[in-house]
Ligand binder design. Structure first.
Ligand code: GCB
Length: 595
């Protein structure tokens, strides 16, 4: 009997050994931890026909005997920067869609009693991770972070870390087969080796109560289910110190008064140092506090109705023709939005890197963050849904303490159907498992002109699930004016706040032309179209914000015109070279006026 148990145990243990771990739940605030950066130059091998895995390239073997040979080597070949996309690093990788192997060696000084994790800010769009010859994890989704514990596998010297990275578009992926931005591949965000105590502070949420101006809600979760552990939450500038004991699940939950609190707002982006500690661990970061709510057709920030002067950008530096990844990149993108007079950014169309989110908060922008449920998603596929539910949790978890985040976006331009409705409802539920304080929004492209009623209307039953309704409406570009802009009556999503989440037109910087001819691709036409749209906005009774599309020209294989587009979406208010177009000045004036 005993022998049988022993054998069963042995079999199940050996089975476990061969199953690669899925990436685990990520720890909160990785930038506040004890880190070793693994950024820098990595070796790389292009593997268009996916031969590397079969060849066990991740073993990184070298011939020893006279008859040995290996049809690969990571040495003396291609070297790629991490973080960065691969497309911008080599002309032949510009359009590359497939697999590239990345590898690097690193030492990791022994830290007795500590746990070690590999943390990836994002790898686009799926990967398998191998450490010292073993597959240790997989991840799918090119815009959210993941981590893998490597305490057992790590050596003091000469660790060999390899990643099999693939960016092939797939029907069942998110996004799916076609999308209006560049399909950048690679290890596009920071990579760290993180060191923590055995039981560490895995997760915490410290934010203002949704409705109260000075009541802070906090919860902390330890990595282990340890009861009766002391957890301290401190906000020294507010003279707050809460000492609590964990329950038997390793959690604490509390609310406390913060009477002298100055709330965060775009005009005054006040942040406080918050320190969470246990006997073994301590994490700190700057956190802000604000209330964001909806009442009727209004959005309230700190109890005051607010008009959202937003803009969108992709995670791309146009001049570099590559992904944005650093704090300096974040400053460049956000400074242009600041100059425009914005109080909000719609991060298009996926969670962008943490540098951007944190810098936006510091500089005073509200944020709308969304996962890339962008047209063409296979809503009937349960696997796709599982990926979406995980992805939204990865996004919400990472940014749950950023008070700048006011809006979780669940979809962009989806068409009503029972499977879509069920999918998006589950997505909202998945988001709310973590955070119920932000406003839920989705962008639709379903506004039509009803000629009988002589009004713009929209029919999508899903809007009842949302706090804020957003519409992308390209009047004068994809849609012709049925009436003059000053006569355009809107009856869309009445009873709820409405945002125009996209409008605009393409213009090639420096091109002059007829202001009423779309195919002039001129700044003059773009400017006229902006003027017309701004006129129309006056007649949208529940309009609570606008977000022109888009701040910068961005690269997109959608855009086929050989001279005016050249693989660029030219709807930017700022050109690919960083020059402001005429329409930029119109929006700046509009934003400066509408205080
Ligand atoms: C849209 C999409 C956006 C596109 C834009 C365009 O409606 O949401 O991702 O880039 O239109 O330029 O066509």
């Amino acid at each position: 009997m005993k022998l049988k148990i022993y054998i069963t145990l042995l079999i199940s243990l050996s089975a476990l050994w061969f199953i690669p771990a899925q990436a685990q739940q990520t720890m909160i605030n990785v930038y506040g931890r004890n880190l070793q950066s693994l950024n820098g130059k990595w070796e790389a091998v292009i593997d268009l026909y996916d031969q590397g895995r079969g060849n066990k390239i991740y073993l990184n073997k070298k011939p020893e005997g006279k008859t040995d040979f290996y049809e690969y080597s990571f040495e003396n070949g291609l070297r790629l920067n991490v973080p960065s996309d691969w497309n911008s690093q080599l002309p032949e990788l510009k359009y590359y869609e497939g697999t590239i192997w990345y590898a690097r060696k690193f030492d990791a000084a022994e830290e007795i009693g500590k746990r070690r994790f590999l943390y990836f800010g994002a790898v686009s769009s799926r990967c398998r991770i191998y450490l010292n010859g073993q597959e240790i994890g997989q991840h799918e989704g090119g815009f959210t972070p993941f981590q893998i514990e490597v305490t057992e596998q790590l050596k003091e010297k000469d660790n060999f870390l390899a990643l099999e990275v693939n960016n092939t578009r797939r029907v069942e992926s998110i996004p799916a087969m076609a999308f209006d931005w560049w399909n950048y591949g690679g290890i596009t965000r920071d990579v760290f080796l993180v060191s923590t105590p055995a039981a560490f502070i895995e997760d915490y949420f410290v934010q203002l109560d949704k409705y109260k101006a000075n009541k802070i809600d906090a919860r902390v979760q330890l990595s282990e289910k340890l009861g009766n552990e002391r957890v301290t939450i401190e906000i020294p500038e507010l003279k707050i110190k809460q000492v609590l004991k964990t329950d038997d699940k390793g959690r604490v939950k509390t609310s406390f008064q913060a009477n002298k609190l100055e709330r965060w707002s775009p005009a005054s982006p006040r942040l406080y140092t918050v320190i969470i500690s246990t006997e073994q661990d301590q994490v700190e970061e700057r956190i802000g506090f604000r209330n964001i709510t909806v009442k009727g057709e209004d959005i309230y920030l700190n109890g005051q109705p607010v008009f959202l002067k937003s803009i969108s950008f992709h995670e791309e530096i146009p001049q570099r023709m590559g992904r944005a990844f650093s704090e300096a990149d974040a400053v460049m993108l956000l400074s242009e939005a600041k100059a425009l007079g914005c109080n909000m950014i719609r991060l298009a169309h996926y969670p962008q890197n943490e540098h951007t989110v944190r810098m936006a908060e510091k500089m005073g922008f509200l944020l709308w963050e969304e996962i890339p449920i962008w047209q063409g998603i296979d809503f009937k596929n349960d696997n796709t849904k599982a990926k979406a539910l995980k992805m939204i949790q990865e996004m919400v978890r990472r940014d749950q303490n950023r008070c700048a985040l006011g809006f979780w976006g669940v979809a962009n331009e989806t068409q009503p159907s029972a499977p879509r409705n069920a999918f998006l409802k589950d997505l909202i539920a998945s988001c709310k498992e973590i955070d119920t304080t932000r406003l839920i929004v989705a962008a639709f492209d379903l506004v039509r002109f009803d000629s009988k009623r002589q009004a713009f209307t929209m029919n999508d039953p899903f809007i009842k699930e949302l706090d804020v309704v957003a519409v992308n409406k390209y009047m004068g570009w994809y849609h012709q004016w049925p009436v003059t802009p000053d006569k355009a009556v809107w009856d869309v999503a009445r009873g709820k706040p409405l945002l125009i989440s996209e409008f605009g037109a393409e213009a090639l910087y420096g091109k002059t032309g007829e202001a009423d001819v779309a195919s002039s691709w001129s700044e003059d036409h773009q400017a006229t179209l902006y003027k017309d749209n701004l006129k129309m906005f006056k007649h949208i009774p529940n309009l609570k914000g606008i977000s022109p599309w888009v701040l910068f020209d961005f690269r997109s294989p959608f855009r086929l015109h050989p001279t005016h587009q050249e693989g660029w979406n030219r709807k930017g208010l700022v050109s690919d070279q960083g020059y402001r177009k005429k329409a930029w000045y119109l929006i700046r004036e509009y934003y400066n006026r509408s205080n």
